[in-house]
Design a protein. Structure first.
Length: 386
């Protein structure tokens, strides 16, 4: 009906994150601009302390972005050419690229079909003498089963790592993402739960030696300017992004709480809708609800109908890493070998969620999803009858 009178509900409203905190963010900006110091300075140091404390980790090292955080972790642990790293088959490609960047080989594992996270029961059959690490991803904001993965890693002598890029503030058994493994990589890409206004990332770890190594690696392999101990990298966090992130850490819990409220509305309102599969959260996990991902057998149709209602959605992710041209070298041997991951990729759809989506808009999204799903169900029934 009068759809032209409806307001757009964007998938994510990033500008609203600025508007809510404008005064403090503007102050942070002026403080940095007037300081005359722009890369790796007092703002970065303060941010590193504050983020380590928030996560309950001993160390935090600010770096350029999430991909670099993971890459530098692998380098710091001496993982490289000839080594294998176990990764989820269904993740954002950055997880795999970090392993490739380090010169090692990503070895994909199928997900648990309920939580979408790496399935611990499928890990051991993939361990070879070359396996060095398990790199778990806390996908969509839900922590992976770190109890089971820790048990395997300890027993088999492997490093356990987290890709925590989607899980700021999420917990497993009450412990925060970032403090659940030997080292964790965070991204602060603008759309993440804790987002900068540009690229930014960090590593958290309780390991003194690894923290020290990552500090050296991020800055040209140098401790003292123009003295290069190693062939390092340039992956430094800048003062402006650090100052911005410091404004946002204190509101992260409240913003995550708002996400949870939206998730609760969807879970309640959509609990009995034909064809629709809702997220399942393990009782040991507290999700940061980075994304609210449903499955639908006619995903593209559902997305189109929501778009007609001015509701923005996204697909995380349309193509699994092993089917990307970037990994075509694996294609012939891996295609079709990950039926669970491939099935999920064909069906997932992310509904709008974020700290600035109103309760009313979430209810409107839920209504539209329900209506579209019933329509699609009745269309396919009448098709069968005909
Ligand atoms: C965003 C993301 C990354 C990469 O972070 P960047 O800051 O964009 O480099 C890595 N892994 C996952 C799961 C992500 O969602």
């Amino acid at each position: 009906m009068n759809s032209q009178l409806k307001r757009d509900i964007p998938f994510l409203d990033l500008k609203a994150t600025y508007t809510e905190l404008q005064k403090q963010l503007d102050e942070a900006y002026f403080r940095v601009m007037q300081s005359g110091w722009y890369i790796l300075g007092s703002e970065v140091e303060a941010f590193e302390q504050e983020w380590a404390q928030y996560c309950g980790a001993k160390h935090c090292i600010g770096v350029g972005n999430g991909l670099e955080a993971l890459h530098l972790i692998l380098r710091a642990f001496g993982i490289g050419s000839g080594d294998e790293v176990i990764v989820p088959a269904n993740t954002y490609i950055a997880t795999w690229l970090a392993v490739s960047y380090a010169g090692a080989t990503p070895v994909p594992v199928e997900p648990d079909p309920q939580t979408y996270n790496l399935d611990p029961t499928r890990v051991e059959e993939l361990i070879t003498p070359r396996t060095r690490a398990i790199l778990a991803v806390h996908l969509y904001g839900q922590t992976a089963n770190m109890t089971a993965l820790r048990e395997i890693a300890t027993r088999r002598g492997l490093v356990l790592l987290e890709d925590a890029a989607q899980a700021h503030g999420a917990t497993w058994c009450g412990i925060k993402a970032g403090a659940l493994s030997d080292a964790a990589g965070f991204s602060f890409y603008p759309g993440k739960n804790l987002g900068a206004f540009g690229d930014a990332g960090a590593v958290t770890t309780n390991d003194d030696a690894m923290a020290d190594q990552i500090r050296v690696l991020r800055n040209y392999g140098s401790r003292v300017k123009y003295h290069n101990e190693q062939k390092g990298f340039n992956s430094r966090l800048d003062e402006l992004q650090a100052a911005i992130l410091r404004v946002k850490i204190p509101v992260l819990d409240e913003w995550n709480q708002r996400r949870k409220q939206i998730a609760q509305i969807y879970l309640t309102e959509l609990s009995d809708v034909p064809g629709l599969v809702l997220p399942h959260i393990d009782p040991s996990a507290d999700s940061a609800w980075h994304l609210f991902v449903v499955q639908h057998p006619e995903r593209d149709q559902l997305q189109r109908r929501l778009k007609e209602n001015q509701i923005g959605t996204m697909i995380h992710y349309p193509i699994p890493p092993h089917e990307q041209p970037a990994y075509s070298e694996l294609g012939s041997c891996l295609h079709g070998k990950f039926p669970i991951a491939e099935h999920i990729h064909r069906r997932v759809l992310s509904l709008p969620i974020g700290p600035h989506l109103s309760i009313e808009d979430a209810a409107r999204v839920a209504d539209a999803v329900r209506e579209a799903s019933w329509q699609l169900a009745s269309d396919s029934t009448s098709l069968q009858v005909a």
